[in-house]
Design a protein around this ligand. Structure first.
Ligand SMILES: [Zn+2]
Ligand SMILES: [Zn+2]
Length: 301
């Protein structure tokens, strides 16, 4: 896995790349505007070009934009739905300008209209967005929800139902958040649990549909449906619980972004979280290589 993190852009886009590289991230996720606002100032083409150049400098980083929180592509309310679709199109266009690999978004919430109606509305929203940007290169990645409230797509089956209805496998995909998976009741902490989870991913989604991970420990227990991120190793998943996923060679080229809590010391907590995850790669659980047994040297004669 390409280990990285969500980086703030208050210092500018190129500064975010610099900060990401400074903490040893191989992948960075950003917001392209304030996530609490419907709209933001346009992305200046020169700033976008500088960002792309910084990202592509060796070694190149994997990149994603995370969309704003106000958007609900599954809303049953006509006005909110229209507003959400307009804002989502703007998110896509900004992400296209920035040339990122993926636009990660929360599929939506049904707000009482029921999962079936909500999932149908989300698929219609996505189809409309793809048609509006026919030349789009940024992959639209549905993020699994923790299952809080009426949020949709907390299961692989719901994610699949939207992807199947949209039927554009070369333009869409999925981001799996470890905290949300765990809160949704998936226990991937053991080799057996992780194996069963991978089998379900393969059967329901297809492995190549998964284009990114969010690597977050969970403050709340298995199946809590609470979306509460914790630093790696400090939560209910625990550091060993990340081992099967992080060590799986099938995800070598897939980015995994931290969205763990930070404190006043800048990105120090990310540095610790990345070090913890990398320690899993450096010290596999197999018995350490033992010194070769001394064998009597056979005499040549
Ligand atoms: Zn998210
Ligand atoms: Zn979350």
């Amino acid at each position: 896995m390409r280990l990285g993190a969500h980086i703030g852009t208050s210092g500018g886009l190129v500064e975010a790349v610099r900060q990401g590289r400074a903490i040893g991230a191989e992948a960075i996720q950003i917001f392209s505007k304030s996530p609490q606002m419907w709209a933001g100032p346009p992305v200046a083409p020169e700033a976008a070009a500088a960002f792309q150049e910084a990202v592509r400098a060796a070694p190149p980083l994997a990149t994603a934009v995370h969309h704003g929180y106000l958007i609900n592509l599954g809303s049953p309310k006509a006005f909110m739905l229209r507003r959400s679709r307009t804002a989502f199109l703007d998110e896509i266009r900004r992400a296209e300008l920035l040339g990122v690999d993926g636009l990660i978004f929360h599929p939506g919430a049904h707000l009482g209209s029921g999962p079936e109606a909500g999932l149908r509305t989300i698929a219609e929203s996505l189809r409309g967005a793809l048609e509006a940007v026919p030349e789009g290169r940024v992959r639209l990645l549905l993020e699994n929800a923790a299952g809080q409230g009426t949020a949709l797509c907390s299961t692989l089956e719901e994610l699949h139902s939207v992807l199947a209805a949209v039927d554009a496998p070369d333009r869409v995909g999925v981001t799996l958040d470890t905290c949300h998976l765990f809160a949704g009741g998936t226990d991937f902490r053991t080799e057996a649990g992780y194996g069963a989870f991978c089998d379900r991913v393969e059967t329901i989604l297809g492995r190549s549909t998964v284009r990114a991970f969010h690597l977050n420990d969970a403050k709340a227990g298995l199946g809590s449906h609470l979306d509460r991120h914790e630093n790696i190793g400090k939560g209910e998943i625990g550091l060993p619980g990340f081992a099967p996923l992080v060590r799986d060679p099938r995800w070598t080229d897939v980015p995994g972004y931290l969205e763990t809590p930070l404190d006043d010391d800048g990105y120090d907590r990310y540095v610790e979280d990345l070090a913890a995850l990398r320690s899993l790669l450096a010290a596999p659980e197999e018995a350490p290589a033992r010194p070769a047994r001394r064998r009597p040297v056979p005499s040549k004669k």
